[in-house]
Write a new protein. Structure first.
Length: 241
């Protein structure tokens, strides 16, 4: 008789796998590139190294602690250091998504920050989408470069590599990774049109971005989610009931 093994946090393990499959289905990633993790009571769960997402099983998701140790027979993703350091440095990080999305990876090869050509840059937490300095994948040097780029941010580009984003949960981390890729796609188109027209790209100034960042404190929130003193990010219509 086959013994059935019940793993703790099975629902979270399943959610990580579904997030991996969703990011590939959305075109944010290809093959087994990229990785996903989610915080739990013992540290965090992370995808294993080299396992195709379509064939991944909950038992293969690797448990890691915040001291850099792992449990089980499966090796964690080669980029486990980046996930570990995000959880150490950002108490609000509940999940991390790292992908090699096409436009983000392409722009990361330019090795410069993406300026505020669009107000949605503010979703990353600041007035620019930063690009971390280059370092070899899977190394502590890359994680250190990422940490510098993520100061005051929830997402960044990784030079000649891709992007990484974190959020309160898996859904929010995946959403942010999607927003970063869309911003990179839009920026690619914008600079191409600017070059063809021989006109400079118009960038939002510091004053406007300060206004946008203040508004983004309640962006996407309903009134019951506002902290004391917060108000809606836009002009609210008259409530009729």
């Amino acid at each position: 008789m086959t013994k059935i093994v019940h793993h703790p946090d099975t629902a979270l393990r399943h959610a990580i796998i579904e997030t991996c499959r969703a990011m590939n289905a959305a075109g944010l990633n290809q093959g087994t590139a990229g990785n996903v993790s989610a915080r739990n009571e013992d540290g965090f769960f992370i995808t294993p190294s080299g396992v195709p997402y379509a064939a991944m099983e909950p038992a293969q998701i690797v448990q890691m602690d915040l001291d850099g140790g792992y449990s089980g027979d499966m090796l964690p993703s080669s980029e486990w250091r980046m996930h570990l350091d995000i959880y150490r440095e950002h108490e609000d990080a509940g999940a991390v998504v790292h992908v090699h999305s096409t436009h983000a990876a392409a722009l990361s090869c330019l090795r410069h920050d993406i300026p505020p050509f669009h107000y949605m840059i503010a979703v990353t937490g600041g007035a620019t989408l930063r690009c971390a300095d280059y370092a070899t994948f899977g190394t502590g040097e890359l994680s250190e470069a990422m940490n510098r780029a993520l100061e005051g941010r929830a997402a960044c580009l990784l030079a000649n590599h891709g992007q990484i984003a974190f959020g309160a949960n898996l859904a929010k981390a995946l959403w942010l990774a999607g927003e970063v890729e869309e911003l990179c796609r839009q920026y690619t188109i914008a600079i191409s049109h600017a070059a063809a027209a021989r006109r400079p790209l118009v960038i939002l100034d510091d004053t406007e971005m300060e206004t946008i960042l203040e508004k983004f404190k309640t962006y996407g929130k309903q009134p019951e989610d506002f902290a004391p003193g917060e108000h809606a990010a836009f002009d609210v219509p008259v409530q009729r009931d």
